[in-house]
Design a protein around this ligand. Sequence first.
Ligand SMILES: [Zn+2]
Length: 325
Amino acid sequence: MMATVAALGMCCPGCRTPLDTMECHGCGCSFPDVAGIPDLRLMSDRYLSIDAERAKAERLARIAAETDLAGVARAYYDITDDVDPARCRKFLAHIMAAEARGEAVADALQNCDGPMLELGCGTGGLLVAAARRGWGITGVDIASRWLVVARRRLEDCGVEVQLLAASAETLPWPDGQFATIVADSLIEHLDDPLAALKEWRRLLRPGGRLVLWSPNRLSLAGDPHVRLWGIGFLPRSWADHYSRLRRGGAWVPRTLTASGVARLACEAGFRDVRTSIPCVSDTWVGSVRGMRGRLLKIYQKAQDYSIIKSFLKTLGPLWTLEARA
Ligand SMILES: [Zn+2]
């Protein structure tokens, strides 16, 4: 199923020498296949060392071969110690709802001409929706363990998508390879969002489209990662102290405001930069149950009023950005 790096037109993420095998002739770096997925990372995520990450992906791949998406998602948390049962249930529900969210995101994108790249594709909800629409999408994530879960989802749905482990800040393609780059809830996890935006602009064709979604730093609903109200209103160093105090050292993602990310996108050289609040489709509302579903419905209705819309862009839970390279 997976094409070779040469067929994919890739280059070394470190020195950008074109790759014809998984060994770079330029800098001597070699890149393994992990669980059958090309691994072009220069470093791991902040949660696991690269060796531990690869071992976990291989272990999950053995489990995934014997079960379905729900089975491999459950197995993921069975072999992960640091998630309490309540959060675990929440994360599992999130994984199972990813396809409905992916459909909603694909509806919002409307169309896609030319190659599309999803950064931080996670368990592949949008990849399935995009593949079903016939879009040529590639899925990248820093965690090969999540790509193993994504592959199970893609196989369960009977669609094929190229998957690749890579860092969103150092991507393994030459300039101008993509017509569209999308990233949902990714930018807040990066150390240097400006450098990442410059990298994404480099990868887009002239006029290519960037679409981002992310939690809002100034959300009145609180931070979804560390579950602490008002943390986005504190200076970064205070937020870290506060999180250490209340959550025992949980890393606080660097959420941005809509105006903050727009400024960075302009600085990275993007044009026609627009921020808004995400359009909530009926599919999305229908996929979320309980209190969150009711709140989402209110959020959807509120979007009919421009004054509420501009309030939500500043203090609502999410923003979206669209820009051209
Ligand atoms: Zn190299």
